[in-house]
Design a binder for this molecule. Structure first.
Ligand code: ATP
Ligand code: MG
Length: 257
């Protein structure tokens, strides 16, 4: 199995204070890696370092090697932009509150444009929403293409972030997701698990690196636990289905409607 991303002896200091030390792990073709660990241990910081985002005040040593772009820590300018847009990355925090009159269709279409250079038509945006945002019992959806994310609840924002990135980048080599289930109710959590599973089943060579405190995802192939001493394989990974019920043999949950 070829590695898409390989992290070797990564150490991160923030404002001269050590946060992450000697972290090594890789994401191979077709692997779905869960990165777990305590609040504040440095999981999101590792993901941001892979994308080279928010680097002010941070000193990084070690290597982050991507199969297509080489040593990520030495990328800059256009190459760095190309690397970032090759990845389906969903950050932990949703940032829609200042977006004024921007609509869901703009967010989804621009996400595709950042990845492929081509935006989506209104019909294509509507198709994605039809496919992935189910109707509630009153027939309405959580949001539609005209909704304004500046007014969204926490869960509505999370759904939009996940949908806009992964549904528009199904051919990405690497998907990096920071806590997809924040604020989601059971129905939407199952839908998001299914959405991620659909994307990786349709693109079996894709690598997934995902942080979550929730172990509902039936498609995880390996769990890496982060502690103050580094990252290591969690041997006894458990799947927890007490909130969500059992998935089928392909790892999909039946949808509640
Ligand atoms: N730019 C920054 N400047 C100063 N401190 C930072 C910065 N970024 C992160 N930190 C600190 O580094 C620590 C790790 O943060 P990080 O967001 O990586 O944690 P996490 O493992 O993702 O936690 P959680 O499970 O709560 O999301 C925190 O104490 C955070 O305050
Ligand atoms: Mg985090």
């Amino acid at each position: 199995m070829e590695n898409i991303l390989s992290i070797q002896d990564l150490s991160i200091r923030i404002n001269k204070q050590p946060l992450v030390e000697n972290v090594s792990f890789s994401v191979g073709e077709g692997e779905a890696i869960l990165l777990s660990g305590a609040n504040g241990i440095g999981k999101s910081t590792i993901l941001k370092s892979i994308l080279q985002l928010e680097m002010d005040g941070k000193d990084i040593s070690g290597q982050i090697i991507n199969r297509s772009f080489g040593n990520v820590l030495s990328l800059n300018g256009t190459e760095l932009q190309r690397f970032r847009s090759s990845i389906a990355y969903i950050q932990q925090k949703d940032e829609y509150s200042e977006m004024g009159s921007i609509q869901v269709r703009d967010i989804i279409s621009e996400s595709r444009e950042a990845h492929t250079g081509k935006n989506l038509s209104n019909a294509e945006v509507n198709d994605l929403i039809d496919k992935w945002i189910p109707r509630r019992s009153d027939g309405k959806r959580v949001f539609d293409a005209n909704s304004k994310p500046a007014k969204f609840s926490g869960g509505e924002q999370r759904l939009l972030s996940v949908l806009s990135v992964i549904a528009t980048r199904p051919n990405a080599e690497l998907m990096i997701i920071d806590e997809p289930l924040n604020n989601l109710d059971f129905v939407n959590a199952r839908n998001i698990s299914n959405l991620i599973n659909r994307v990786i089943k349709d693109n079996p060579k894709m690598g997934l690196l995902m942080i979550s405190h929730c172990r509902i995802f039936p498609f995880i192939t390996r769990e890496i636990g982060l502690t103050a001493k580094g990252a290591s394989l969690v041997e006894e990974r458990y799947a927890c289905h007490s909130c969500f019920g059992e998935a089928n043999a392909e790892g999909f949950y039946t949808e509640y409607r």
